[in-house]
Design a protein around this ligand. Structure first.
Ligand code: ADP
Ligand code: MG
Length: 235
């Protein structure tokens, strides 16, 4: 029996009010199982980042409920959300968001400040293939290497869920594939739940399940019985 990792129930997110009211997410419902590799696909402005930010505890829904691992995130206080972000979520951003004045090792080791039992920074950098880059500063690394540091940083928290918002969006296709391969393997080999937002339909071919959004709504949810290996896609 599959275990549910994430459930969105009738989630709405609006910004502004009166004439300026904008509905970014419009009655969205879906579930994601533990260990799945899910892609949220859609054009710019579809509401993908808003969904991911609410799931990551960085933004709150206007209506509806969001449940993660049986806990209702949408009902959490700010303090509970802060703990939730530290304990449960590993976030990977399009532009890596590393601290420029810290080395790769120091960027990952910083996680210990928000999570005491964080995994060893050196081991995490080994895992993403950066054993010989630990003492480099972000500006001395390629985009792909910086993104791998940010994956190491996310993994160091031992998160229940890894979220990525266009994590290959700033990379050329070759390094993008390396990063994507790593994220797919976290799901297929380590059983990690991985949820990626992208506008790239080719990336979606590698997912177990594709949640397609348009204009803030779910357009379709499709299960891929045979997700492609990252090496079999072209973009
Ligand atoms: N903080 C915000 N304030 C006002 N409008 C926002 C905010 N965040 C997102 N929006 C609007 O919500 C819609 C969905 O945005 P977003 O979730 O970023 O889409 P996507 O990630 O699919 O490109 C867009 O029309 C966007 O302008
Ligand atoms: Mg976005």
């Amino acid at each position: 029996m599959e275990k549910t990792a994430v459930e969105f129930k009738d989630v709405v997110k609006t910004y502004g009010k009166g004439d300026g009211l904008q509905t970014a997410v419009d009655h969205v419902s879906f579930t994601i199982n533990e260990g799945e590799f899910v892609v949220i696909l859609g054009r710019s402005g579809a509401g993908k980042s808003t969904v991911l930010n609410m799931l990551g505890g960085m933004d709150k829904p206007t209506e509806g409920t969001i449940t993660v691992g049986g806990e209702e995130v949408s009902a959490m206080s700010d303090k509970q959300l802060s703990e939730y972000r530290a304990d449960t979520i590993g976030f990977i951003f399009q532009f890596y968001n590393l601290i420029p004045g810290l080395t790769a090792f120091e960027n990952v080791a910083l996680v210990k400040d928000i999570k005491k039992d964080a995994l060893d920074a050196g081991e995490m950098l080994d895992k993403v293939g950066l054993s010989n880059q630990k003492n480099k500063f972000p500006a001395q690394m390629s985009g792909g290497q910086q993104q791998r540091v940010s994956i190491a940083r996310a993994l160091a928290k031992k998160p229940k869920i890894i979220l990525g918002d266009e994590p290959t969006g700033a990379l050329d296709s070759e390094t993008g594939l390396i990063v994507l391969d790593m994220l797919q393997k976290l799901s297929t080999e380590d059983g990690q739940t991985v949820i990626l937002v992208t506008h790239n339909a080719d990336i979606a071919k590698c997912a177990n399940r594709v949640i397609h959004m348009r204009n803030g709504k779910i357009k379709s949810i499709k299960t891929n019985d045979k997700p492609l290996s990252v090496h079999d896609i072209e973009w």
